[in-house]
Write a protein that binds this ligand. Structure first.
Ligand SMILES: Nc1ncnc2c1ncn2[C@@H]1O[C@H](COP(=O)(O)OP(=O)(O)OP(=O)(O)O)[C@@H](O)[C@H]1O
Ligand SMILES: [Mg+2]
Length: 474
């Protein structure tokens, strides 16, 4: 047995822990209940610009004189016994470098007695720099263009090609949305044109001369996203600088919040408040700043499913879903495939200096049988790839020209359907269900209770299905 941070552990655990402490890319700082450091790993030392030996065994406030009982999260947790999760801090470390971390601080409680606290920190400096640059860039673009147009590819509704009924219905709603400042929620799979719709609504609309800013909510950690959206106020303790967020930058214009269901629930609640009250408060600030921003949000997951899964707040959904646009996936609008194919051929004739005027019927047939997980973007990329293979004198786009896209015969999605020739969806699902139940029974040695809990369903439900499909013949 060994002693590590006041905890008795065996030697294998100790080896494991030491490896995690040493090689994990996470800073770890443990103090005991008298505020003395017992564990301080090299990642934490690097983050804070200190040497491990300087810190081990010393009182926390002796090493970090700028902290006090109220500002040190470790000491706070010792006192309150309540963990603090995911707090972001920007500070100058002991070598004078500006560091941004996201950390969680957790009390160590043994037999109801507090024996210490552990802080786990991750370096976000790089991401923070990127997010700052993003804001600065957006600001600079805005100023260069005298508040008018940031440099982005602009789409309008006539760029959205399609004759399918559902697509035309979506475009009609978008047309109406142009004339209104109400929030819009756009739902569509990846590559169906959500960004095109969002931009069209802005650039065909009453706010077209104002700023349009798009922000992806999935790519950036929550704590930074808050600063990006609402801005930051100079904070003595957090070291944050004063900066306006994209709500202020887009004031009077439109803000596209992409992948809204990836935003944390806490931030979703803050966003809802802003939308309801019409003002924002910068992170670390006290002033309410009135804003008038039109919100367009997108999601590539059915919002009702997201609500059920708990990744989208219902109240925010209702607030955003004032105008609702559903873009059908490409496989549900096969009547658009030929039109889009010719549209992209003519686009790439121009770009690549080619002269294709026809696509062979077997290509179109294969296109109509394909599942299109990447939707219109995928179709466009296929055609761009094929158009690179043809010569100046070729007139017809053939199957052989799609060498680089190996899409049709090897597509996994297509293979799924090969197993279910001419079956309806309920028949396919029934077949899959039978197979899954059979496997679960086999794995659980035909014990129905075990198989039911393996499948996460009630015993009675499983029994009914076994009867329905006449399974259980060993
Ligand atoms: N109806 C369409 N007509 C013409 N081009 C389209 C259409 N739909 C999509 N595209 C093309 O596909 C590309 C992808 O569209 P967009 O970026 O709007 O998709 P998205 O739904 O936002 O995808 P993601 O969820 O991956 O962000 C566009 O840049 C455009 O070239
Ligand atoms: Mg998009």
């Amino acid at each position: 047995m060994n002693r590590l941070g006041g905890i008795m552990i065996n030697s294998l655990d100790s080896l494991l822990l030491q490896n995690i402490l040493q090689f994990g890319n996470i800073g770890i700082h443990v103090i005991d209940n008298s505020r003395k450091t017992t564990i301080y790993n090299s990642t934490m030392a690097q983050l804070e610009g200190l040497e491990i030996d300087q810190v081990i065994g010393k009182d926390l406030l002796e090493i970090f004189p700028s902290l006090d009982e109220d500002t040190s999260t470790l000491i706070k947790v010792l006192k309150t016994r309540e963990p603090i999760f995911n707090s972001t801090q920007t500070y100058l470390n002991f070598k004078g470098h500006s560091i941004t971390t996201i950390s969680s601080t957790i009390p160590l409680i043994d037999n109801k007695k507090i024996i210490g606290a552990v802080e786990i920190a991750q370096d976000l400096t790089h991401t923070k720099i990127l997010s700052d640059q993003l804001l600065e860039l957006q600001n600079a673009l805005r100023k260069d263009n005298k508040g008018a147009k940031p440099f982005i590819k602009k789409y309008s509704l006539h760029n959205i090609i399609g004759q399918n009924d559902k697509l035309i219905a979506a475009k009609k709603i978008a047309q109406k949305a142009c004339e209104s400042p109400s929030s819009v929620l756009i739902y569509g799979e990846t590559g169906t044109g959500k960004e095109m719709f969002a931009q069209s609504i802005h650039y065909n609309g009453i706010r077209k001369d104002k700023t349009f800013i798009a922000q992806n909510c999935a790519a950036i950690p929550d704590s930074l996203l808050e600063g990006i959206l609402f801005g930051t106020e100079k904070g003595g303790f957090t070291g944050a600088i004063e900066r306006e967020g994209i709500f202020e930058q887009a004031n009077g214009g439109t803000l596209l919040l992409d992948e809204i269901n990836s935003m944390s629930l806490t931030l979703q609640a803050k966003l809802l408040r802003v939308l309801q009250e019409g003002y924002i408060r910068r992170v670390g600030g006290t002033k309410d700043i009135p804003i008038d921003v039109r919100i367009i949000a997108t999601t590539n997951e059915n919002p009702i499913d997201s609500i059920e899964k708990g990744t989208l707040r219902k109240d925010l959904y209702y607030r955003l879903n004032v105008i609702n646009i559903n873009i059908p996936p490409l496989r549900e609008r096969l009547d658009d495939i030929e039109l889009l194919t010719y549209y992209f051929i003519s686009k790439y004739n121009k770009i690549l200096n080619k002269n294709i005027n026809k696509v062979s019927p077997d290509v179109l047939k294969d296109f109509k049988n394909y599942f299109w997980p990447g939707n219109v973007r995928e179709l466009e990329n296929f055609i761009e790839g094929a158009m690179n293979m043809v010569s100046y004198n070729d007139k017809i786009l053939n199957k052989e020209d799609f060498v680089t896209s190996n899409f049709i015969p090897s597509s996994k999605e297509k293979l799924i359907f090969n197993n279910f020739d001419n079956q309806t969806l309920p028949e396919m699902i029934g077949n899959i269900e039978q197979k899954v139940i059979n496997e679960a029974l086999k794995i659980n040695n035909y014990n129905i209770s075990n198989a039911a809990s393996f499948l996460g369903i009630k015993r009675q439900t499983l029994q009914a299905k076994i009867k329905k499909y006449q399974l259980m013949q060993k």
